[in-house]
Design a binder for this molecule. Structure first.
Ligand SMILES: O=C(CO)[C@H](O)[C@H](O)COP(=O)(O)O
Length: 265
């Protein structure tokens, strides 16, 4: 029988999380403010703590994404598990000792929390800067509530204002050239194969696919574009998250946390 108080974390991609946790070394512990301006790492932490405190309760199954911002959300989850002495069953993971689950056991999540590369005024996201877009979209799609955390540098009126690396598109390796050409022909711009930094050759995703970064030229109807790109044979998923986020928490330079909800139509 389950313990009465139970918090469980469905980690979308253990590989991503394992990679992202050591990212804590980027925390600016010596100087959190530069000339009165909050540094991005501290802003990420503010957003993450606010999101976890406002959306995570006991008896929930929680999905977490990957990246440097989500590290702070995992920190806060672990802190709350310790402080509130929540019962945890299952094998402990990583130094935080959080229980790891998966979508086979928990296909429905209460909440998913994840970072983003850019968020526009309508809460359309670009994700996949770290290469985990497909698994992150699956997890977000399985959650009743999808909450995004980001620092002020991701806040944008229109996609492309802040994030200059384009929209990631995960593709089956044999199809990357035709898909790249189809995207450029239909939507303009250029879709470039993402190359690895610390090894030779292209980046290979958790699903053994390649990533094209589509450097678009102008704002588009992202919902239509997302659907159309997904129809190109060989495309697995895009890093466009349209109509998925319920709320975004931005950690701001002045130390505040700004939230944004989808516009009411
Ligand atoms: O989509 C992602 C990974 O594929 C990340 O959520 C996104 O890149 C944000 O990362 P960070 O929090 O490090 O800025």
């Amino acid at each position: 029988m389950r313990p009465q108080r139970w918090v469980e974390f469905a980690v979308i991609s253990s590989r991503s999380l394992l990679l992202s946790l050591p990212g804590k070394k980027h925390v600016c512990s010596s100087s959190k403010r530069h000339h009165g301006t909050l540094m991005a790492e501290e802003a990420k932490k503010l957003a993450a703590y606010a999101a976890v405190d406002n959306h995570i309760q006991n008896n929930q199954v929680v999905g977490v994404g990957s990246g440097s911002t989500i590290v702070y959300a995992v920190d806060r989850l672990a802190e709350r598990v310790r402080q509130e002495k929540l019962n945890i069953a299952r094998q402990l993971i990583l130094q935080h000792g959080l229980p790891l689950s998966d979508l086979d056991r928990h296909p429905e999540l209460d909440v998913a929390i994840d970072g983003a590369d850019e968020v526009d005024a309508a809460l359309t996201l670009i994700k996949g800067g770290g290469g985990c877009l497909t698994q992150e979209k699956i997890v977000a799609g399985c959650a009743k509530h999808f909450i995004v955390i980001a620092d002020y540098r991701k806040d944008s009126k229109a996609l492309g204002q802040q994030w200059k690396k384009g929209v990631p598109v995960e593709v089956i390796p044999m199809a990357y050239v035709p898909v790249s050409r189809a995207i450029a022909r239909r939507f303009g711009g250029e879709a470039v194969l993402r190359m690895a930094v610390s090894k030779a050759g292209p980046v290979v995703t958790d699903n053994n696919n390649f990533i094209l970064d589509w450097k678009f030229e102008h704002a588009q109807n992202w919902k239509e574009v997302n659907t159309a790109i997904k129809m190109i044979p060989g495309v697995v998923e895009t890093g466009l998250f349209v109509g998925m986020a319920e709320r975004v928490y931005f950690g701001m330079e002045d130390g505040s946390v700004k939230t944004r909800d989808p516009p009411v139509n």
